[in-house]
Design a protein around this ligand. Structure first.
Ligand code: AMP
Ligand code: MG
Length: 281
């Protein structure tokens, strides 16, 4: 097991039976160290993650159809962008397929909610990253009544069927729901208003959304309860401590990549013959 973890992150962070209302968003479930140890582990494990991702990419280049897809969900300021920058930022960008999902365009609105998602799925050997995802269609859409209940209700089952299809086709899903407290969100939003280098992240509507916090909590709870499956489980990350959230996602990705039991692709040529040829030119 990774250093300082009393339980593997995949087990310590599993959403099963968890009530979001009871979650300590400043907790570090499964991890016994403090920030200094956490940062040291993060640096060490980023190297492991990077090595595994390179193997995934190398196998993809050799025809392996398997991929890994990280699905990031969380309220504004939960730290999704920080995961992309600091965790995904430690691997080779050639093998990363990143997509962010915002308010659907007019064209997207005319299609089934999974239409725009399918277009962004990672190919063989890729580490896909979804910054928000198809889950917005049972979160913001539900909270703000953007479509009637008879339209969003069946989406939980549709999502489960869709994800089953992905898994059967060789995609390992790593679903991560990040939670900060309402106070922590206020701190992070106020920082965005204090620092010129953060204005670009601020959206005045983020403040309006705070009034819907309980409705979002409820929508997230139903999402976890209805779409955490054996083949694509949810993980819940207390995210008040950014170092912990980043370490936790690093561990979840390492675990997912390890289940693929990747090896370096074998040479498709006679190595000795190629060495001889090279020696002659
Ligand atoms: P951000 O992640 O800060 O760039 O914000 C993206 C915004 O798009 C968030 O407010 C999301 O709630 C919103 N969004 C994402 N997907 C959908 C969707 N399917 N329907 C409506 N709003 C969405
Ligand atoms: Mg935002």
């Amino acid at each position: 097991m990774a250093k300082h973890w009393s339980l593997p992150a995949v087990d310590a962070l599993r959403s099963d039976g968890l009530r979001i209302a009871d979650l300590d968003t400043s907790g570090t479930p499964g991890f016994d160290g403090a920030k200094a140890e956490g940062l040291a582990c993060l640096a060490e494990r980023a190297t492991v993650l990077s090595g595994l991702q390179e193997k995934l990419y190398a196998n993809g280049r050799s025809g392996d159809k398997r991929s890994v897809l990280l699905v990031l969900q969380g309220m504004d300021t939960a730290g999704k962008g920080g995961i992309v920058r600091h965790v995904i930022g430690s691997v080779d960008p050639q093998g990363v397929d990143h997509a962010a999902f915002g308010v659907p365009t007019e064209k997207e609105k005319h299609h089934h909610f999974l239409w725009r998602i399918r277009k962004e799925l990672p190919g063989g050997g890729q580490l896909g990253v979804f910054d928000r995802s198809h889950y917005e269609d049972v979160l913001v859409v539900r909270v703000h009544d953007l479509v009637p209940p008879e339209v969003w209700q069946p989406r939980y089952d549709e999502i489960n069927a869709f994800e089953k299809e992905l898994v059967d086709e060789g995609t390992t899903l790593v679903k991560v729901a990040m939670f900060v407290s309402l106070d922590e969100q206020k701190k992070r939003l106020s920082e965005r208003l204090e620092r010129p280098d953060k204005y670009w992240k601020f959206n005045p509507s983020d403040i309006d959304e705070r009034a819907f916090w309980p409705a979002y909590q409820q929508a997230y709870q139903v999402m976890l309860d209805r779409t955490s499956t054996e083949y694509a489980p949810w993980h819940v990350i207390p995210a008040d401590r950014k170092w912990f959230a980043r370490l936790a996602v690093t561990e979840l990705l390492i675990a997912a990549l390890e289940t693929l039991e990747l090896d370096w692709p074998a040479a498709t040529f006679d190595i000795e013959e190629q060495k001889r040829r090279l020696a002659e030119v």
